[in-house]
Design a binder for this molecule. Structure first.
Ligand code: ADP
Ligand code: NI
Length: 206
């Protein structure tokens, strides 16, 4: 169902994003231990099934759609609630907004989703998303701003290089699990290197 809904989506929230998040999430869950693997896998698969960024800003649409789907498959209510709370807690809401999920499964899926927002893949996804949303690649006259509420973050129309400073470079230090932190380190360093080169090329130094 997820594959057929999201295959071919062009902003980096496509089936292959979901596929990578599922692999990351299961890898983290197995290496950390103690998590319900069904909840982790279902939440990873369903976390972007109806993302707020593409449906008028409703940030609980994914979990509602996920609940309907799981109900139709006769999954028990307790499991559905666990999957839905993990989905609801995944999303980044601005650098000044604290969003640490209350369950281990939620923390794992959030780490898995964030890993796919950084590194080489994260760079590709950021520019794909920015293009789709009519954002400039870079504009040196517009400085980054730290958003203190989800609403402020949601309404921001800044260029994509700012998105690195407003979100992507902050994610490494926001990882919940040791496995996630280890995986984030190299991806973070690569983004820093990329941004350094971008700046040098912009200035014509390189
Ligand atoms: P989250 O739920 O935390 O937003 P998602 O997996 O739904 O996570 O998508 C996050 C990704 O969407 C970002 O990491 C980035 O690639 C892209 N994105 C979101 N907002 C922006 C933005 N303002 N500029 C560029 N890319 C963005
Ligand atoms: Ni996602």
């Amino acid at each position: 169902m997820v594959r057929s809904e999201l295959l071919g989506e062009s902003t980096g929230h496509d089936w292959w994003h979901i596929h990578r998040v599922r692999s990351n999430a299961l890898h983290i869950a197995v290496s950390e231990g103690g998590a319900d693997l069904f909840v982790v896998e279902a939440a990873a698969l369903l976390h972007d099934i109806s993302d707020w960024k593409f449906n008028g800003g409703d940030d609980s649409a994914s979990s509602r759609k996920a609940a309907e789907w799981l109900k139709s498959l006769q999954v028990d209510g307790e499991t559905i609630n666990a999957v839905c709370s993990a989905i609801d807690e995944v999303t980044f809401k601005g650098s000044g907004v604290k969003t640490v999920p209350g369950t281990l499964e939620g923390r794992i899926v959030q780490d898995a989703d964030r890993l796919d927002a950084i590194g080489a893949i994260g760079i590709a996804r950021a520019f794909a998303y920015g293009g789709k949303k009519d954002r400039e690649i870079y504009n040196p006259e517009v400085k980054p701003s730290l958003h203190n509420s989800f609403d402020e973050y949601r309404k921001s129309k800044s260029h994509t290089i700012n998105h690195f400073h407003e979100k992507l470079l902050l994610l490494r230090d926001l990882m919940n699990t040791d496995t996630g932190r280890r995986m984030a380190a190299g991806r973070h360093d690569f983004m820093v290197e990329y941004l350094g080169r971008f700046q040098k090329e912009w200035e014509g130094i390189l």
